[in-house]
Design a protein around this ligand. Structure first.
Ligand SMILES: [Zn+2]
Length: 121
């Protein structure tokens, strides 16, 4: 018997098909561009061999970050920050491996501190 596969959104316990990333509610809460990125980085069978690419892990962790974020909620922001930190770690690994930037176009480019304020997403 296999263990049930849950939605990857933070704190969501909904059981979903192993090939799916999130339950319907969380999946459709993501921006289309991010959903497209998760789908294009997905490699068929990665849920079986448990060997997703660094590019997939970067967009996946960023997507989980997005589902955890709630405006004006400090606790939710801290949870989101943990996923964002992991997304950036995987982003660096992908770039260092020569696979390009998986988060390009998904997160704001680095800007001067005063310009970036309030533009996390
Ligand atoms: Zn969910």
């Amino acid at each position: 018997m296999t263990t049930p596969h849950h939605c990857h959104a933070h704190d969501c316990q909904r059981v979903i098909l192993p090939r799916l990333f999130m339950c319907r509610k969380h999946w459709f809460s993501l921006p289309v561009k991010l959903r497209d990125a998760v789908q294009s980085e997905y490699r068929r069978g990665q849920e079986i061999d448990k060997r997703p690419t660094a590019r997939y892990m970067a967009v996946q962790q960023y997507a989980v970050c997005r589902t955890a974020f709630k405006k004006f909620d400090e606790a939710a922001s801290l949870v989101c920050a943990e996923y964002l930190t992991r997304a950036i770690m995987w982003q660096r690994r992908a770039i260092e491996a020569g696979d390009g930037d998986p988060l390009k176009g998904l997160i704001p480019e680095e800007k001067k501190k005063d310009q970036a304020q309030g533009e996390l997403f």
